[in-house]
Design a protein around this ligand. Structure first.
Ligand SMILES: [Zn+2]
Length: 141
């Protein structure tokens, strides 16, 4: 039986009815980071709390990736099946910026500052049939 497994441990809550990205927030200076870091990148403090990040933010910057990504970011494409895709940074309330793939690859439909939702979907299917789940940014309705 095939399973749905996260692309990496500790990136987001899983399994969960409403998965959420996991970040760490520094109890000393309040800066949040993604992915979870054991010490604060701003002040090097080691007193951090892991928290679920908001699921909606604004697009901070983006680009269209025209080339196949290298492993481990490769999602099973071949030069024949590869399609350009959007990548960008989503700025979440609280000030953390998360890099990820966009569900949209039409530059006409993307602009800095637009609202986007974090969604969880199949990144690729493993050779044993397991679905590898990753996160994507999708324009909000
Ligand atoms: Zn800090």
């Amino acid at each position: 039986m095939s399973k749905r497994v996260p692309i990496a441990e500790g990136l987001f809550t899983w399994p969960a009815e409403r998965p959420a990205l996991l970040g760490s927030r520094c109890n000393n200076c309040g800066i949040a980071s993604f992915p979870v870091a054991e010490s604060c990148m701003a002040c090097s403090g080691q007193d951090v709390t892991i928290e679920e990040l908001p699921s909606r933010g604004t697009l901070w910057t983006w680009t269209i990736q025209q080339f196949m990504p290298k492993s481990p970011y490769n999602s099973g494409e071949t030069p024949e099946t590869f399609r350009p895709y959007g990548v960008g940074y989503l700025e979440l309330p609280g000030g953390v910026r998360v890099e990820g793939r966009l569900t949209e690859n039409d530059p006409e439909k993307l602009h800095i500052g637009m609202e986007m939702d974090v969604v969880f979907d199949t990144w690729r299917t493993d050779s044993n049939g397991d679905e590898i789940i990753g996160f994507f940014f999708q324009p909000s309705n």
